[in-house]
Design a protein. Structure first.
Length: 326
């Protein structure tokens, strides 16, 4: 069956996580018109997880049997194959193994469907509609529980030979560093993700006897300290939180220097839950990059906050389909 698109209708962006499915109608200019969330059934059967996705999609469907969107773009946990639309073996959704998600959704809704991982798709949305609009070589990185990255080259996601390119969160900057969950040592994810920020703060609190606002925010429980609390303590002027974030910037800067030397992007875009907390340090990162980069024009590369924030998955899913609109 030939699938066509109606350029007058919005695109449906779908963001699948381990605990939720977020869906949104996205206009041709990238505006999110409407959105909804539903729980995700990630640890049951493959069919139950698929039903969770369709339930979320149906929550934004028009009445009377006709759909109010012209195509569906999906951000899903990897690893996955963006060419075939198959979810391979995602740790966050273990019920899907070699699962042809794009084909399943296309057969249900009889619409064009595209699939990619969240960082790739978010990078494309930022390039098409967001903070990197007008740039040609865009490096996007999202700092949250982990670190995800995407690279957009002349308006297209760079996937590499097998679709596995741009795993920048697992670039090692310390071969003797801590063991990352991926099996490598010293990955930037294990050193500078939101998870790592919280752990660094807990270690420092356990080693210091001096008072910290951070401990007050955690109601005296060191184990309850998270990266979110570090951000709040930093905003309150807490010295320990400042120390934690300066150390985090100290490892992010050489990593970004490596990225610039490798890819020569014309903009660096930061998203994710930790982005707002790290935004005050953009100047420090930018000033430090020349020491960690052989590119003599690294100072020309702006570092900016992502436009879409928590809605990156919805916008990213929609961006995957935007090229198909005539």
């Amino acid at each position: 069956m030939t699938q066509t698109v109606d350029a007058m209708k919005p695109i449906l962006g779908v963001d699948i996580g381990g605990t939720k499915v977020a869906v949104g109608l996205v206009a041709q200019d990238g505006t999110i018109l409407e959105q909804s969330r539903r729980p995700m059934s990630a640890r049951g059967t493959a069919e139950a997880a698929l039903e969770a996705v369709t339930n979320a999609i149906d929550s934004l469907s028009s009445t009377g049997g006709s759909r109010n969107f012209q195509s569906i773009g999906i951000c899903a946990p990897g690893p996955l194959d963006p060419k075939t639309g198959v979810i391979l073996n995602p740790p966050n959704v273990p019920c899907w193994r070699n699962f042809p998600l794009a084909e399943k959704i296309a057969n249900i809704y009889h619409l064009p469907v595209k699939l990619d991982n969240d960082a790739n798709a978010a990078a494309l949305a930022e390039t098409r509609w967001g903070a990197a609009r007008g740039y040609h070589y865009v490096f996007y990185f999202t700092i949250g529980t982990g670190i995800g990255t995407g690279f957009v080259l002349d308006g297209h996601i760079y996937h590499g030979r097998t679709g596995s390119a741009a795993e920048g969160g697992h670039v090692s900057i310390d071969y003797a560093g801590p063991l990352c969950r991926c099996g490598k040592r010293g990955c930037i994810e294990i050193l500078a993700s939101g998870t790592a920020i919280g752990e660094r703060a807990r270690i420092k609190l356990s080693a210091k006897a001096s008072h910290s606002t951070l401990l007050d925010l955690a109601c005296g429980d060191v184990a309850a300290v998270t990266s979110e609390l570090v951000g709040k303590a930093y905003a309150a002027g807490d010295p320990l939180a400042q120390e934690v974030l300066h150390e985090t910037v100290g490892v992010l800067t050489p990593w970004l220097g490596n990225i610039v030397d490798l890819l020569d992007p014309d903009i660096l875009v930061m998203g994710g839950g930790a982005a707002a907390m790290l935004q005050p340090f953009f100047g420090e990162i930018k000033n430090g990059l020349p020491r960690w980069c052989v590119n003599p024009r690294v100072s020309e590369v702006p570092i900016v906050m992502a436009h879409y924030g928590a809605d990156a998955g919805i916008a990213g899913g929609a961006a995957l389909c935007a090229d198909d609109i005539s």
